[in-house]
Design a protein around this ligand. Structure first.
Ligand SMILES: Cc1cc2nc3c(=O)[nH]c(=O)nc-3n(C[C@H](O)[C@H](O)[C@H](O)COP(=O)(O)O)c2cc1C
Length: 330
């Protein structure tokens, strides 16, 4: 897929997830095969005011490029200033979050609330389009609620305002994460616009990603929750590898992730530990012997060494059982 001059390789790519899609996880996903990634949402006001947190979220590895950076906001002036700042910092694409369903965000008119007033959103996109040199994309939902399913209307408006590509997560704001994402809304958007459309929602494997492309005609797929504890989901060759090799590959990916977390958050040990605990917990595969105790051990750890010890002790204990299981399946 191409977004203007930018080639987005691969069928699937990591979705923006607040507190998760930071530089280490994005870089890891890229190394596993994800196409271009998108930063987690960056609040425009915080960035413009020089907040340390916003600047930290905006940090990336040069080798991640091309990289899309996502802005959250509703005030045109602030969004323009924030977009200019991100552009200067090296963002290859600026994405606007028009889908966040969290009440604390929508109450401020941000995220999915932007889909409620289409003429006002059109004005906002026009101002942003005038200021943004690089490709400009939006990420939308199916609509505000079941009575206001206006993804097609919003997508057409975005195309008319010069937006270069769209991501559609077809649940409504009121559905949050419940039920299955209605993929037919993605197909309706694909049929309504000429710019590339990326589909998103409930994809947990490359087979699902191919099914989404076949069923909707979308140009690429974004995977969010399906990549938690499984960044190898982006590796097209993973399923075809011998099962024993898959387990070893997983260990390598997990080690690499911890290395990236330690290096990127070297100045902030607490945050590094918080990230390591969260991801190591997800890397503990449910259903395997000792998984609950291992997760608890990881989450209750007070240092990186303790967290790693809890995780790898479990990993080594469970490896013979996994290899036996995999040999039986093979
Ligand atoms: C913890 C979490 C944080 C998220 N943060 C963002 C965000 O910052 N920006 C955004 O556009 N979407 C965000 N999303 C939505 C995801 O990008 C994606 O649209 C949604 O999870 C559906 O895809 P999935 O079924 O593959 O998870 C978030 C989702 C989760 C679970």
């Amino acid at each position: 897929m191409r977004i203007r001059e930018i080639e987005v390789r691969g069928l699937a790519r990591l979705a923006p997830m607040a507190g998760i899609s930071n530089a280490p996880f994005r870089q890891l996903a890229r190394e596993c095969g994800s196409g271009m990634t998108t930063s987690e949402e960056i609040d425009a006001i915080s960035l413009v005011r020089g907040s340390e947190v916003a600047r930290e979220i905006a940090r990336f590895y040069p080798e991640e490029r091309p990289l899309a950076m996502q802005l959250l906001g509703s005030d045109a002036g602030l969004l323009v200033r924030a977009a200019e700042e991100l552009q200067e910092a090296g963002a290859d694409i600026i994405d606007l979050n028009m889908g966040c369903p969290m009440p604390k965000i929508t109450k401020q008119g941000k995220g999915a609330a932007l889909m409620r007033d289409v003429p006002a959103a059109a004005e906002l996109l026009r101002e942003l389009r005038r200021a943004i040199r690089v490709p400009f994309t939006v990420k939308i939902r199916g609509g505000w609620d079941d009575e206001h399913l206006n993804a097609v209307e919003v997508a057409r408006m975005a195309e008319d305002e010069g937006v270069d590509a769209i991501v559609v997560h077809p649940r409504t704001r009121s559905q949050r994460f419940s039920g299955m994402a209605p993929w037919e809304i993605i197909r309706d958007v694909v049929e309504a616009v000429r710019i590339p459309v990326t589909g998103n929602g409930d994809v947990t494997s490359m087979a699902d990603a191919r099914a989404m492309v076949a069923g909707t005609g979308c140009a690429s797929v974004m995977i969010g929750r399906g990549a938690l504890g499984r960044p190898w989901v982006f590796d097209e060759s993973f399923d075809a590898r011998p099962r024993e090799e898959q387990w070893q590959y997983r260990a390598q990916v997990i080690r690499r992730h911890i290395e990236l977390i330690r290096e990127h958050f070297a100045e902030n040990e607490r945050y590094a530990l918080n990230q390591a605990r969260k991801h190591l917990g997800w890397y503990v595969e449910g259903g395997l012997p000792g998984c609950n105790a291992a997760k608890a051990g990881v989450h209750q750890s007070h240092s990186m060494d303790e967290a790693l010890h809890a995780f790898w002790t479990w990993w080594e204990q469970v490896t013979p059982a996994v290899l036996e299981r995999d040999a039986a399946v093979a």
